[in-house]
Design a protein around this ligand. Sequence first.
Ligand SMILES: [Fe+2]
Length: 189
Amino acid sequence: MESKGKNIITLISEIIERRGHESYLGEGLSMREHMLQTAFLAENEGGSDEEIAVALLHDIGHYTDEFPEDSLEKGQNNFHEDCGANILSGFFPETVVEAVRHHVEAKRYLCAVESGYFACLSEASVNSLNVQGGPMSEDEVGKFEKYACKKLSVKVRKWDDAAKVVGMSTPPFSHYVPVLERVLITREK
Ligand SMILES: [Fe+2]
C-alpha cells in the first residue's frame, strides 16, 4: 500500500532531482551536493537514522514553494528552518522536525558558547548569521539548552557547516531513501 509518507519521500526525491543543481546560497556547490554531503558526514560518523534524516533534509525549506498549499501557508514567514519543519511535520517524528527547525538557532547557539566555532564558519554562513540574529544572548542560550532537540540540532549543525566541500563524492539521494522510510511515521490511510 502506498502510504502518504512514501509520497513525501517521492516528492522530495523529485525536487532534489529537478532543482538540486541550484546554487547553495553563495557557497561553491549545489544544494544537492550540500544536502548529500551533510547526510554522508552523518553516516560516516555512525549517525542514527534520525540524525542522517535531519542532516539530509535540514535545508528542504528552501523548496517550500514545491509543497502543497497548507505547507505554504504554515511556512509563509520565509524562514527556511521553519518552512522545512512545517513541510516535514506529520510525516517525520517530532525530534526530526524540531531539529530541522532549530538548525539555524544551533549556529547562533554555538557562536555564543563554543570558542573557535565562529572561525570555522564559511563567509556565506557568517553573512547569514548576521541576518539570522547573530550569536545568542545569555537568555537565548538558556532557553535553547532546554529544548529536547538541542543535542540533535547541534550535532547536525556541525555536519552542515562541514558539508561545503567542492567536488566531494557522495552516494546519491536514492541511497538514503531506506533511511527516510525507516524514520517516517507510519500512517495507515
Ligand atoms: Fe545547510
